[in-house]
Design a protein around this ligand. Structure first.
Ligand SMILES: NC(=O)C1=CN([C@@H]2O[C@H](COP(=O)(O)OP(=O)(O)OC[C@H]3O[C@@H](n4cnc5c(N)ncnc54)[C@H](O)[C@@H]3O)[C@@H](O)[C@H]2O)C=CC1
Ligand SMILES: CC(=O)C(C)=O
Length: 257
């Protein structure tokens, strides 16, 4: 997929799935803005790119103004803005009975409000510039099915599906498409954290929860950021121009809808 002449902003781009997506879009020819909370990891991530222009922006997606500023900075420094990837997200592991007010607010602030601010700010900028832009957000298998101990997290990802459908309908007239990707079990730092939380809460061995989830994948292996990035590459390019409002499962065969 050629994305030559396009500029993509990827939140949570300093590591994991976000970095994998940024590397793939760069290989497709796009200029990249990596946005993340973690400034040190951003610098390290950016040093791995060659052959395309990459900028880094330290920002917190829970802060609406910081998201708007990150898009403005991207357009100013890279000379355009065409693709918004709302990838930043955090995990939360707790049985329903023990989810606290503070934890629910924390996970909604990043996974839902962070995506909403990204959709809002990107659509506003695309409309201002007359760009037929692409907005692509991170959902999950947890946006299609509830998993025990992941109640707060699953509810955020169901919310991303809802925002994706509504935004797709509201911005279709402006030529803007809005879609989401739904990975399964990707071996990133997030899953190390989820596995450790399950171990603490249930007494499972470290690694056992990850292995159990991977054991339910029809294709027989954990997912890589590159597996996810190939779908995002499609959603970012012209081949997906007739697709909008979709939250697409790419999980090696775990959840079937
Ligand atoms: N790892 C997995 O198996 C799956 C992950 N996902 C989703 O994919 C996305 C990426 O996940 P991973 O790469 O695994 O996570 P990760 O934890 O490895 O990386 C997330 C990145 O987001 C950044 N981030 C967190 N909060 C932020 C904030 N408020 N503002 C800016 N940046 C922030 C972190 O600093 C980190 O660099 C998340 O939305 C996650 O929910 C979906 C399905 C499966
Ligand atoms: C991390 C994630 O999205 C899961 C467990 O579905």
């Amino acid at each position: 997929m050629s994305l030559a002449g396009k500029t993509a902003l990827v939140t949570g781009g300093a590591r994991g799935i976000g970095l994998g997506i940024a590397q793939r879009l760069a290989a497709d020819g796009a200029q990249i803005a990596l946005v993340d909370l973690n400034a040190d990891q951003l610098t390290e991530a950016a040093s791995g790119f060659t052959g395309t222009k990459v900028i880094t922006i330290a920002a917190d997606v829970t802060d609406r103004q910081q998201v708007i500023d990150a898009i403005d900075q991207t357009a100013a420094q890279l000379g355009g803005f065409d693709i918004m990837v709302n990838n930043a997200g955090i995990a939360q592991v707790q049985p329903i009975a023990q989810i606290t007010d503070v934890e629910m607010d924390r996970v909604f602030a990043v996974n839902v409000k962070g995506v909403l601010w990204g959709i809002q700010a990107a659509a506003a900028r695309f409309k201002k510039d007359g760009t037929r832009g692409k907005i692509i957000s991170a959902a999950s298998i947890a946006a299609h099915e509830g998993f025990p101990m992941l109640g707060a997290y699953c509810s955020t990802k169901f919310a991303v599906r809802a925002l994706t459908q509504v935004a797709a309908k509201e911005f279709a007239g402006d030529g803007i498409t809005v879609n989401a990707y739904c990975p399964g079990v990707v071996g990133t730092d997030m899953w190390t954290e989820i596995d450790a939380r399950f171990a603490k809460l249930t007494g499972a061995e470290i690694g056992a929860t990850f292995d159990k989830f991977v054991g339910s994948i029809a294709l027989g292996r954990a997912q890589t950021p590159q597996d996810v990035a190939s779908l995002v590459s499609y959603l970012a390019g012209p081949d997906s121009d007739y697709m909008t409002g979709q939250s697409i499962l790419i999980d090696g065969g775990m959840v079937y809808h």
